[in-house]
Design a protein around this ligand. Structure first.
Ligand code: NAD
Length: 540
C-alpha cells in the first residue's frame, strides 16, 4: 500500500494541511481503483475520511444517493436468480478462493484496515484470520447446512415431504467501523453461499476496506453485481432497509432498534448484532498466570472497540488484590503506537467522536468517586485520538460507564464474595452479548455459564475462542441483538424455508383426495382409525 508520503512506518509525520494537493494520506492510485466500484451517480457529494493516527485527511470518495441504493438493489436482483441456480460446488469454490486470496494479499488489507480504523496490526490480523476461518467453514460445511431434508409426511409412505432452503434474494448488510473486513464478510459469506446477492453499506470511515473486499471477491470469481457497495451515512443505511429482502445489521443498539422497527413494518427478516457491556469473572480458583495476560487481551484488543470486549471485571474477593496488582502492571506495560507493523499492542480510537465518548465516560466516573488504577488520560503524545488503557475501581452504580457501553479501552472492577453473587452481577445489565469465566474447574465454569444471560460464554479466554469457532452461533441475548451470525444459524436466517409435500398414492387411488371421495362420515372414521394406529406405533 503506497501512501502520499514517504514514511518509516509511523504516520505521525504525514499531516500537511497547507498543501491541498498533498493532504490525503492515501495516493489517488490506491483510492481510485477502489472507489470506482461504488454504486453512485455522483449526485450526493463527497465524503472525506480522516486518518485516526494523525487527524489528517485520509481519502475522499463519492457518496451514494437514495436513488443509487435502489439501483444497486435492482442490479443485484437482476443477477441473483442466476447465482442461485449456479451449482453449489461453484459457489463454495468462490468462497474457498476468497479465503485464500485474503490470506495471500493480507498486507494490502492490513494497511488499509489500520489506516481507516486506527487499530494495531495484531487486531487487524484477527480480521484476516477470521475471514479465512469463516470462508473455509462455509466452503466445507455450507452444503450440509443447505441440504434438503426429508421429514415425516402426513400419511407414512403416501406423503413425501422435503424441506428446502431457498435464498431470500438480495441481502442488505449495514456494517460499523470497528471490524471493517470481518463485519463486511461475516454476513456476506453465508449469504452468497446460500445463493443470495449482497448490497453492503459500510461505515463512512471504513468504506475503502469494503471496496477492497468487492475487488477480491471479483478476483475470486464472483460474477458481477452479486456484491455491491453503496456509501454514505445513516440515511443511506435506512434507505437500504427499504429495498432489500433481509437486513443484516451490525452496530449500536439504538440504531438496531430503528432498523428492526422498519424491517418489522416491511416484514423482512432482520439479523441484529448490537452492543454489549460484557462481564468477565475471575473465580477464586483461577490460575492467575494465564488469567492476567488473557484478561488484558479480553479488555484491550482493538483498543476496546470490539463488541465482545470486556468492560466489567468481576473478581472473587479471595484473589482480587493479587490479580489486580499483576493486571494493572500488565496494562501499564501495553505499548500504544501507530506503526503499520506488529510493534504496538494497542492502537488509536477511531475518531474524535469516539475519543469524546471514552473521555466523557471516564471523567464522569472519576467525578462520581471512582479511582483510576491505571490510565484515565488522553494520550495525545502518541496521536490525536489515543487513549490510555484504563482500569477503574470503586465505580458507582450511577456512573455512565457502569451501565452504558463505553466501546473503548476502559474496564471497571467489582469484587464479589461468591459465585452466586458473580452471576447476579454479570446478569445485572440490559445487554447479553459475551461473557467470560476464568476458573481451574471447567465443569464448574460450565455450570455457571448456564446461569449467565449471554449469547456467548467463553471459559478461560476472553472472546477469541467463541468468535473464531465459526460453527458456533454468535449473537446477543436481551438488548444485544436478534438472530445469530456464524454456523447453521446464519444460513437459516439468510434463507427462506420451503416445504414441498407430494402425494404419492394418487395414481393408485389411495391419496388424501381419494379418502374424501368416500363421502359422509367415512373419511373421518378412516382417519380416526389411522391416527389411532399412528399414535400406538409412535410415528411422528
Ligand atoms: P452505529 O449504529 O452508529 O452505526 C452502524 C452502521 O449503521 C453504520 O454503517 C451507520 O452508518 C449505519 N446507520 C446509522 N444510522 C442508521 C439508520 N437509521 N438506519 C440504518 N443504518 C444506520 O454503530 P457504531 O457506533 O458505528 O458501531 C459501534 C457499535 O456496533 C457498538 O455498539 C458495538 O457494540 C456494535 N457492534 C456489534 C457487533 C456484534 O456483532 N454484536 C459487532 C461490532 C460492533
Amino acid at each position: 500500500m503506497s501512501t502520499a508520503h514517504e514514511s518509516d512506518g509511523a504516520l505521525g509525520d504525514l499531516i500537511d494541511p497547507e498543501l491541498p494537493a498533498a493532504t490525503y494520506v492515501l495516493e489517488p492510485d490506491v483510492v481510485e481503483p477502489l472507489t470506482r466500484r461504488i454504486v453512485t451517480s455522483h449526485a450526493a457529494g463527497t465524503h472525506r475520511s480522516t486518518s485516526p493516527f494523525t487527524g489528517a485527511p485520509l481519502a475522499a470518495y463519492p457518496v451514494s444517493s437514495p436513488a443509487d441504493v435502489a439501483t444497486a438493489v435492482e442490479r443485484a436482483r437482476a443477477v441473483q436468480a442466476g447465482w442461485a441456480r449456479t451449482p453449489l460446488r461453484e459457489r463454495t469454490t468462490v468462497l474457498d478462493r476468497l479465503g485464500a486470496l485474503v490470506l495471500q494479499r493480507q498486507s494490502e488489507i492490513l494497511d488499509l484496515i489500520q489506516m481507516e480504523s486506527g487499530k494495531a496490526r495484531r487486531s487487524a490480523f484477527e480480521e484476516v484470520a477470521d475471514v479465512a476461518i469463516v470462508c473455509r467453514h462455509y466452503a466445507v460445511r455450507g452444503p450440509r447446512y443447505l441440504a434438503d431434508r426429508r421429514v415425516p409426511g402426513m400419511l407414512p409412505v403416501l406423503t413425501g415431504v422435503r424441506v428446502h432452503r431457498r435464498p431470500v434474494g438480495v441481502v442488505g448488510a449495514i456494517a460499523p467501523w470497528n471490524y471493517p473486513l470481518s463485519l463486511v464478510l461475516s454476513e456476506a459469506v453465508p449469504a452468497l453461499l446460500a445463493g443470495n446477492a449482497v448490497v453492503i453499506k459500510p461505515d463512512p470511515q471504513t468504506t475503502l476496506s469494503a471496496l477492497w473486499v468487492a475487488e477480491v471477491l471479483q478476483d475470486a470469481g464472483l460474477p458481477d453485481d452479486l456484491f455491491l457497495v453503496v456509501t454514505g451515512g445513516g440515511d443511506i443505511g435506512a434507505e437500504l432497509v427499504e429495498h432489500v429482502d433481509h437486513i443484516a445489521f451490525t452496530g449500536s443498539t439504538a440504531t438496531g432498534r430503528k432498523v428492526a422497527g422498519r424491517a418489522g413494518e416491511r416484514l423482512i427478516g432482520a439479523t441484529l448484532e448490537l452492543g454489549g457491556k460484557n462481564p468477565l469473572y475471575v473465580a477464586a480458583d483461577a490460575d492467575l498466570d494465564t488469567a492476567v495476560p488473557g484478561v488484558v487481551r479480553a479488555c484491550f484488543s482493538n483498543t476496546g472497540q470490539l463488541c465482545m470486549s470486556i468492560e466489567r471485571l468481576v473478581l472473587h474477593e479471595r484473589i482480587a488484590d493479587a490479580f489486580l496488582e499483576r493486571f494493572v502492571e500488565a496494562v501499564r506495560d501495553l505499548r500504544l503506537g501507530s506503526e503499520l507493523d506488529y510493534t504496538a499492542d494497542v492502537g488509536s480510537l477511531v475518531s474524535a467522536a469516539q475519543l469524546e465518548r471514552v473521555t466523557a465516560h471516564v471523567d464522569d466516573a472519576l467525578a462520581k468517586g471512582a479511582r483510576a488504577l491505571v490510565g484515565g488520560v488522553h494520550r495525545s503524545d502518541v496521536g490525536p485520538y489515543f487513549y490510555a488503557p484504563t482500569v477503574l475501581d470503586d465505580v458507582p452504580a450511577d456512573a455512565r460507564c457502569a451501565t452504558e457501553e463505553t466501546f473503548g479501552p476502559v474496564v471497571s472492577v467489582t469484587r464479589v464474595a461468591s459465585d452466586d453473587e458473580a452471576v447476579r452481577v454479570m446478569n445485572d445489565t440490559e445487554f447479553g452479548l459475551n461473557a467470560s469465566i476464568w476458573s481451574a474447574d471447567v465443569a464448574r465454569a460450565r455450570a455457571l455459564a448456564a446461569r449467565v444471560e449471554s449469547g456467548t460464554v467463553v471459559i478461560n479466554d476472553g472472546y477469541a475462542s467463541a468468535w473464531a469457532s465459526p460453527a458456533a452461533p454468535m449473537g446477543g441475548f436481551k438488548a444485544s441483538g436478534l438472530g445469530r451470525r456464524h454456523g447453521r444459524e446464519a444460513v437459516e436466517a439468510l434463507t427462506e424455508v420451503q416445504a414441498v409435500a407430494a402425494q404419492r398414492g394418487a395414481r393408485l387411488g389411495v391419496s388424501l383426495d381419494s379418502l374424501y371421495t368416500l363421502g359422509g362420515e367415512a373419511p373421518s372414521r378412516a382417519l380416526t382409525v389411522a391416527l389411532g394406529a399412528l399414535r400406538r406405533l409412535r410415528l411422528p
